[in-house]
Design a protein around this ligand. Sequence first.
Ligand SMILES: [Zn+2]
Length: 220
Amino acid sequence: MRFIDKPKRCQEFDNFISNPNNLLGKWDLPTDVKTTLHNHLVEEQKGLCIYCQQAISKKSGIDYPPKTLIEHLRPRGKYPELTFVYCNLSVSCQGFDCHQKVDRPPKGKKFCGHGRGEEYDENKFLNPTELTDLEEYFEYSADGKIRPSKKAPEKAEYMIEILDLKHETLKDMRKEQHLIFKERLDSGLLTIEELEELLSDSNSSELPPFYSMLKFLFAM
Ligand SMILES: [Zn+2]
């Protein structure tokens, strides 16, 4: 997880919520507004799931099974007044490896927003849109494991738990991503300077999947 800055709002979404009648109902945006908002948020997150950092894509049509969902960081059920608040919105994966070709969502427990449901503890939730130092709460190892750092272990453990960031699928994806980068560095296909450039948040519009893990493991 990493801090997500939200300085640029989504115009189409703002137009929609400027009509007070639209705010009376439930979270039921017209498809075009929802798609534009979704894609705006994916861009804001530089192409990564808000929680696990697997790569997510913009929507062009209807995917089945759906790969992503617009995620209310403070859940709608507990904070209905934040349903249409832009700062509370992000995009999460649906809790499975989005890049596998599947006909239906895999069975079993899922990770990220889908797995979390309405779980939210204001005292423990590490909010990606509020904590600029969010990356410092987690540590990673080359075998794909994630663990809390010493910064606030109870909070980090809570996040790992509710989002199931230790899920076997995620662990394997992180392990694989580390290996790819390690092999590229070891074989000279990638220099450390090029890796630094790739992991420089400020000048790229897309970041490599599991960005925070790569930064941690390659000590950047
Ligand atoms: Zn995810």
